[in-house]
Write a protein that binds this ligand. Structure first.
Ligand SMILES: [Zn+2]
Length: 100
């Protein structure tokens, strides 16, 4: 996974600007990472009435309440990342598909 650099005010819905990216939560203390389908994250936030596309990533990270499987501590950071092995031409193809 390659983290996408985002500003402090980035929100969950920013995934739409990066076709093919995944939503990630990363342990700030040891780097353990889990990836999710960003559409599903939005759906879940809505189900819980906890937000949606406009919810800041920082707020999503703070909501995660299970301890890290890597180090057992609790300090999550939400972000967006490219999956390993996703090639630039694949990104281009998906961008075109969204546009058409
Ligand atoms: Zn950890």
């Amino acid at each position: 996974m390659r983290a996408i650099p985002l500003g402090a005010e980035a929100s969950v819905g920013d995934f739409q600007r990066y076709p093919g990216c995944r939503f990630t939560i990363t342990c700030s203390l040891c780097g353990w990472t889990k990836a999710y389908n960003p559409e599903r994250v939005v759906r879940r936030l809505r189900e819980l009435r906890a937000g949606g596309y406009a919810t800041p990533l920082s707020r999503v990270g703070a909501r995660v309440q299970w301890p890290c499987p890597g180090c057992g501590r609790l300090k999550w950071r939400a972000g967006l990342a490219w999956p390993a092995g996703l090639q630039p031409d694949e990104v281009r193809r998906m961008t075109n598909r969204y546009r058409n």
